[in-house]
Design a protein around this ligand. Structure first.
Ligand SMILES: [Zn+2]
Length: 78
């Protein structure tokens, strides 16, 4: 009795989403380098919240113009 189907076929079971973390801003897959955000954009947005209250930050490169990895299409963008 040797069935073709292998009972130990854990190929599908092995596909466990290790990186189940989602961006705290838009919910997109989180980039390891931008945790807990999906990209530089959301990271800057959340970071900006901390500076809100009268303190303005002058950065050379704006998050909107900076097209980094993961910042292609943002569903949160109107
Ligand atoms: Zn995001």
């Amino acid at each position: 009795m040797s069935d073709e189907a292998d009972p130990t076929d854990s190929s599908k079971l092995s596909q466990v989403r290790v990186t189940a973390a989602k961006c705290v801003r838009c919910g997109q897959p989180v980039q390891p380098r931008f945790r807990p955000f999906c990209g530089q954009r959301c990271a800057d947005i959340d970071l900006g919240k901390w500076f809100t209250g009268g303190y303005k930050v002058a950065t050379d490169e704006g998050p909107d113009q900076h097209s980094g990895p993961g910042g292609e299409e943002d569903p949160e963008k109107p």
